[in-house]
Design a protein around this ligand. Sequence first.
Ligand SMILES: Cc1cc2nc3c(=O)[nH]c(=O)nc-3n(C[C@H](O)[C@H](O)[C@H](O)COP(=O)(O)OP(=O)(O)OC[C@H]3O[C@@H](n4cnc5c(N)ncnc54)[C@H](O)[C@@H]3O)c2cc1C
Length: 433
Amino acid sequence: MTLNVAIVGSGPSGFYTADALMKNVEDCRVDIIERLPTPFGLIRGGVAPDHAKTKNVTRAYTKTAERPQFAYFGNVEMGRDVSVAELKTMYDAVVLTIGSPLDRPLGIPGEDKIGVFGAAAFVGWYNAHPDFTELNPDLNTGAVAVIGNGNVAIDIARVLVKTPAEMAATDLAAHAGAAIHASPLTDVYMFGRRGPIEAKFTNVELREMGELEIAAPVIDPGQLPDEVTGEFSDRDLRVRERNLESMKSFVGLDDGTKPKRVHFSFYSNPVEILGGDRVEGLRLERTKVEDGRAVGTGETYDIECGLVLPAVGYRGAPMDDLPVDEWAGVITNDDGHVEDNLYVAGWIKRGPTGTIGTNKHDGDHVAKRIIAEITPSDLPGRDGLAALLAERNVRAVSFDDWKKIDAAEIAAAPEGAPRCKFATIAEMLASLD
Ligand SMILES: Cc1cc2nc3c(=O)[nH]c(=O)nc-3n(C[C@H](O)[C@H](O)[C@H](O)COP(=O)(O)OP(=O)(O)OC[C@H]3O[C@@H](n4cnc5c(N)ncnc54)[C@H](O)[C@@H]3O)c2cc1C
């Protein structure tokens, strides 16, 4: 009997799950259902446009998609076009790999002002994610505050200060390139509640900030300790030591020869976004770190800025009455199992942590569980889904269709760039007609 599995979401965890199932079950059919016509989740819509090598992982996902047991149903949204309950009755097992698309709020006054955009929205905008094409952030400002001390914050800061030449060989959205490169922006502030040792940057990303063409990192040497102290694993200790070394090498780089600056501001907790309807500034409370936690000192200071971009983490979106762990921002699960024949993997299972490769472990694990726990039956699977979508007039995009969209984007690439991304679903579908 054939094992029929539906996977909802075509990011890394979806593709790793599909791959593990098809490699281990000879008689299976695995279908990925994705709300966008384009596959690959945050590899396309999150990973920085100037980090092309990171995106090469999609070649492996394409190989997975080319297996004969596989089908792709792009432009099909669970919750809109088909429900979880329907999928559960059509397939032997259903795996949700829908990621964590929502920004965690800062929870401070002023967060509703014009000019506050969470990282999910802002990164989506510069990566041509169709949900955020119309974001139109007003970049007519000299200063931007990015809140957070992780790689997403650093990605945003870097994309904002790189020159058109530095971004020429990237897949930055055309609308974002036009706005960013016309902006009078000179200063990007990156705020962390804790200190340089607690910052979650990886070293490659951090080091890049010292190598930018027209932007210099600015760091207060008084905030840098002589050495890393505290209880860390060997691996963590090495990363922190390397980061501290990089930050020390930044001191003095801002010698006035570069017109833009990225300020690393530690021990600063945002407490209020200032201005009228629009953002005019940010108030921060100085902190100190006690037992690894940021503690307010009561002393505040203000900076002027026209945009505030919180990059303080992601959470899952509520979905079809599924049980949600609000605090962790995930679908409540027991090591990947939700209920009946329903499973989860990736960010919606464990929260927004780890690297792309971390999702491979999740995919392998959930595939193993399905193989051990599910007995194939004679459910309609792919044919049932195709019939339901046809009945509902849903235009599903196949993987071959995606290859046509891909080819059209590559053909439209400006000189030196890998592609020119379509920024709306209508354009993507039109390229197929
Ligand atoms: C800005 C940013 C930059 C990053 N850069 C790096 C990096 O450089 N290196 C690195 O190792 N990691 C990076 N990561 C982390 C990496 O992207 C994640 O680990 C990974 O994408 C998580 O995979 P996922 O499959 O769980 O979720 P996602 O990649 O988010 O995929 C979820 C998919 O589900 C789809 N979906 C959602 N809801 C539905 C629905 N209702 N119906 C159908 N489909 C749906 C979405 O459209 C999406 O395609 C970055 C993350 C972010 C946010």
